[in-house]
Write a protein that binds this ligand. Structure first.
Ligand code: C5P
Length: 313
């Protein structure tokens, strides 16, 4: 097969983090996963992926190289970026002679979807770079195989996610809010959070019907969302990790309208009505816990691409 020429030699892709404004864990499915109902929102804390085509592109995956300057993450087949490349490569899309540099800013194991966003950014970036013209629906289906949070990032910044994470409906959130995120300095494994929840909860969670009905009528305002902020993992995580409760209290004490654990932890976020208040809260919290990593951010956009030198120039 003749490999299509890449359209550009260089492409930079921004991969935003997410927070879960609502996360309801419903029933356990036949495939071992859980159905969920989540309102997810992208935030302006981003990893950056740079794709560089180094030479003539042949078929297969030899010559693909993942670099992570900060370290702290495997750069082999366990990395979701490598797995996303392999998924496209399996279908004879040429990726030989390509280096991907992953600059991590999103904490890992933090409930912020960093790895999933990197995977979505890889699928979107490679599809563009190589000119393979796969549909968003196709790429989302590939992404769903890599992780339950991956499909969301195709329809960010705000969406309701159902099923295993694979049924995504874009939502318009009217108004603006800012966020202070506190990563406590340790990760929590998603599977362990599910196990803790199963051990403490006799029955499955419920769809938030009132919010579901409002959504069916169109856009949602931040005031309405704040009234529904909830995470089914929170009770058991606050019980097992007292630092998360301390962070939640510190965020509320620093003026947050609401504070909540994101995803399956370990980050706790606070919601603020203006950016100045969020900055002040960040400054207050930054020295309160020796291992806390504190970020003040606005809402994010979806995955963004910026092109380098076009091939042949
Ligand atoms: O898909 P992801 O890699 O994020 O899932 C990690 C783990 O979280 C799964 O192995 C499963 O135990 C649990 N999970 C689940 N139901 C979901 C998503 C994740 O049970 N919808």
């Amino acid at each position: 097969m003749v490999a299509p020429e890449p359209r550009y030699r260089d492409l930079t892709v921004s991969a935003p983090a997410k927070i879960n404004l609502v996360l309801k864990i419903l029933d356990r499915r036949g495939d071992g996963y859980h159905n969920l109902w989540s309102l997810m929102h992208a935030i302006d804390l981003e990893d950056e992926l740079q794709f560089r085509v180094n030479g003539r592109v042949e078929g297969g995956q030899e010559g693909f190289n993942l670099e992570i300057p900060s370290g702290g993450l495997p750069s082999d087949h366990r990395n979701l970026v490598s797995r996303a490349v392999a998924l496209l490569g399996k279908e004879a899309i040429p990726v030989a002679g390509m280096t991907v540099t992953l600059r991590k800013r999103i904490p890992v194991g933090a409930g912020l979807g960093g790895g999933s966003s990197d995977a979505a950014a890889t699928l979107i970036g490679l599809n563009h770079l190589l000119g393979t013209r796969r549909s968003t629906a196709d790429l989302m289906a590939m992404g769903a195989d890599l992780g339950s949070d991956v499909p969301f990032f195709f329809l960010a910044p705000s969406a309701v996610v159902r099923g295993r994470g694979d049924v995504v409906q874009r939502v318009e959130l009217t108004g603006k809010r800012w966020f202070v995120l506190v990563y406590p300095g340790f990760p929590i494994q998603t599977s362990s959070a599910y196990a803790r929840l199963a051990a403490t909860r006799p029955s499955s969670g419920m769809v938030p019907d009132a919010l579901d009905e409002r959504l069916a009528r169109g856009a949602l305002g931040w005031e309405e969302v704040l009234a529904f902020l909830e995470n089914d993992f929170e009770t058991v995580l606050l019980r097992d990790y007292p630092d998360l409760g301390r962070i939640k209290f510190a965020l509320l004490d620093a003026g947050a309208e609401q504070a909540l654990v994101s995803g399956s932890g370990s980050t706790v976020f606070g919601v603020f009505a203006d950016p100045g208040a969020a900055q002040q809260a960040r400054e207050r919290l930054v020295n309160q816990g020796p291992s806390w990593h504190v970020f003040a951010v606005g809402s994010g956009s979806g995955v963004r691409l910026s092109e380098g030198v076009a091939t042949g120039e």
